[in-house]
Design a binder for this molecule. Structure first.
Ligand code: NI
Length: 265
């Protein structure tokens, strides 16, 4: 039992043959669920198609900060329509990326805010991408009322997922206190992962989920190769080691956390 809470089966880096092989690998593995995450309109549509086709697949729709410059009002209206399709469980990935800065910062912030507002209007979970933009992400989420008592009460918690968390344990604590969920990916298996290992040590396991971010961020022992969802097993094994659980326990707990987060029965 494993849940890859963040993958891009919709990525252009997979052609039809790749996808066929990856689907076969998923179906042979311990994976029970994969969340296919949109990063623009086309990839969000593709994620919905995958969710239709595969019983273990669910979708999130949204525009990544890299692609914020492609956004306009028409696109936002289209995302609103896509968000209502069956098996779409979240808005994401949305956020800010000041490391690559493929879109101007003010453009990123504007469309991040608008998509947060969309998620709030639809009462949907939000999947966040935050790279080198900790303060602005937190500020915008607070300004938009993501952590409001009313939303928390309606949805059970903040329904905010920090994808591939790379911040400090102090920041992780802040998010957990606000009711958010922390997701860790393959880099926790790398030699220099001390900071993220500390995060996992510190936060209660109820607030933790795991992901691949495939085709990126391949865990050890496959680092250097292209990533795929069934490799989430290696992240689960690392979580088990850090939290002093068996692999089966770590897999089951993080799977149940993700199911609860995305409201999947
Ligand atoms: Ni991603």
């Amino acid at each position: 039992m494993l849940f890859d809470s963040h993958a891009h089966l919709n990525s252009e880096r997979y052609d039809a043959d790749d996808l066929e092989n990856i689907v076969a690998a998923i179906e042979k593995s311990d994976l029970s669920y994969v969340m296919d995450i949109g990063y623009d309109l086309a990839s969000s549509v593709a994620a919905i198609e995958h969710a239709k086709k595969y019983p273990w697949c669910f979708a999130a729709v949204g525009c990544h900060p890299h692609d914020a410059k492609t956004m306009d009002e028409t696109a936002l209206t289209m995302f609103r329509g896509l968000a209502k399709k069956s098996k779409v469980k979240a808005i994401g990935e949305i956020g800010l990326d000041y490391f690559y800065e493929h879109s101007e910062r003010d453009v990123q912030q504007y469309w991040f805010r608008r998509q947060v507002q969309l998620a709030l209007a639809l009462d949907m979970p939000i999947v966040i991408h935050d790279r080198d933009a900790n303060d602005d992400v937190m500020r915008i989420l607070k300004e938009e009322g993501v952590f409001s008592k009313a939303r928390n009460e309606r949805l059970g918690d903040a329904k905010l997922l920090m994808h591939c968390f790379s911040g400090s344990k102090e920041l992780a604590h802040q998010y957990v206190k606000l009711g958010a969920t922390i997701s860790v990916a393959g880099p926790i298996t790398y030699k220099n992962a001390r900071k993220t290992i500390e995060v996992v040590q510190e936060i209660p396991i109820e607030h933790l989920v795991i992901e691949t971010d495939a085709p990126y961020l391949t865990p050890e022992p496959f680092r250097g190769k292209r990533n795929q969802p069934d490799f989430v097993e290696y992240t689960a094994r690392k979580i088990a080691e850090i939290k002093e659980l068996t692999y089966e326990e770590a897999a089951e707990i993080t799977c149940n956390n993700a199911k609860k987060f995305f409201s999947i029965d």
